[in-house]
Ligand binder design. Structure first.
Ligand SMILES: Nc1nc2c(c(CN[C@H]3C=C[C@H](O)[C@@H]3O)cn2[C@@H]2O[C@H](COP(=O)(O)O)[C@@H](O)[C@H]2O)c(=O)[nH]1
Length: 309
């Protein structure tokens, strides 16, 4: 995604609160022996997969809701991915467009078997209505038609998703410049690619165009390795779990510098190994290394209330 890469690189060059340290990149690459450890998509075994169109429907619903878990200490991405998978196994029509269009907060909670209101529940419901309505209007109700309309191009699919579904238009205006981050639109493409192992409706000839998915786990991992360095004031805010307003300079810098740092890390790894390295793979490995169950103990992540990640 050229617009994502170039706008984030501009932020990194003009940042006031976050910087990227090449020494941190070298340290991490040395630590992993110069090669990215292999990582399987769905290493947790929590996603729905039937090798067919229903998987595309599941992924679109999953990534429409793939944001803001932290305000509820017990809620994690796993609950969403596994909860939606169980719901779909129990009732294959549960994500039919006409049902998504009318879903309520209580029904979503039921479906996920979550005992209390979800963070930003009203937004989650509104986004599902948006998905149902637009799928019906433009894609005969089926996410698989959206995917095939991209003709095997990851870039085209991100464009289609962001054109048709306003909820996926993850961007900010920073120092007067429009910055594109597109976390959920890009992770949707990557999730399809990962689930279908780059075959069939998960085949994208330009998967290397996708950047990492800027949210709150990977920036903390990059801080741990000294790849991202934050101003003292920002460190204090993040480490004391103070909320960082969505769209603030600090928040945009954290995300944009994370994308740019992963691009540099990818280039450095590719040069060291002499093989192509994908941002998607770097993202998956960094993300999994930042989970609470992982060996590395990373600093707290930044707290931002947003529908974008
Ligand atoms: N950058 C990046 N962020 C990712 C994912 C994934 C899961 N991707 C699946 C694809 C392959 C793997 O097998 C994964 O299962 C979730 N997240 C984000 O993390 C946050 C939730 O964290 P917590 O609730 O504490 O586990 C939340 O913002 C969520 O959107 C990823 O891959 N990359």
């Amino acid at each position: 995604m050229e617009a994502v890469r170039s706008s984030c690189s501009w932020v990194a060059d003009n940042a006031s609160h976050v910087s990227i340290d090449p020494a941190g990149i070298e340290k991490l690459v040395d630590h992993i022996g110069g090669k990215l450890p292999p990582i399987k998509w769905d290493f947790e075994g929590i996603h729905y997969f039937d090798n067919g169109p229903l998987t595309a429907q599941y992924m679109l619903v999953l990534d429409a809701l793939n944001f803001c878990f932290w305000p509820d200490d017990d809620l994690q991405y796993d609950h969403l991915a596994a909860g939606l998978a169980d719901a779909l196994k129990a009732d294959p029509t549960v994500f039919d467009a006409h049902r998504l269009k009318k879903i309520t907060g209580a029904a979503l909670r039921d479906l996920l078997q979550w005992p209390r209101p979800l963070p930003l529940e009203d937004e989650r419901v509104r986004l599902l209505h948006e998905v149902g309505t637009e799928l019906e209007r433009s894609f005969h109700g089926k996410a698989v038609n959206l995917v095939t309309a991209a003709n095997g191009s990851a870039v085209a699919l991100v464009d289609l998703v962001t054109k048709h579904f306003p909820g996926f238009r993850d961007h900010s205006v920073y120092k007067g410049h429009q910055v594109f981050l597109y976390k959920r639109a890009q992770i949707f493409v990557a999730d399809l690619w990962g689930a279908f192992k780059g075959k069939g409706i998960g085949e994208f000839r330009d998967i290397s165009s996708i950047t990492m998915f800027a949210d709150y786990v990977v920036p903390a991992v990059l801080r741990h390795w000294g790849i991202l360095t934050c101003s003292q004031a920002l460190v204090k805010m993040v480490d004391s779990l103070q909320e960082l307003p969505s769209g603030s300079e600090e928040e945009v810098e954290l995300r944009a510098c994370t994308i740019t740092a992963v691009e540099r890390l990818r280039e450095y790894l590719a040069a060291r190994t002499g093989t192509e390295v994908l941002s998607v793979q770097v993202d998956w490995w960094l993300w999994s290394s930042g989970l609470p169950s992982a060996v590395e103990k990373v600093p707290p992540y930044h707290r931002t209330q947003t529908i974008y990640y």
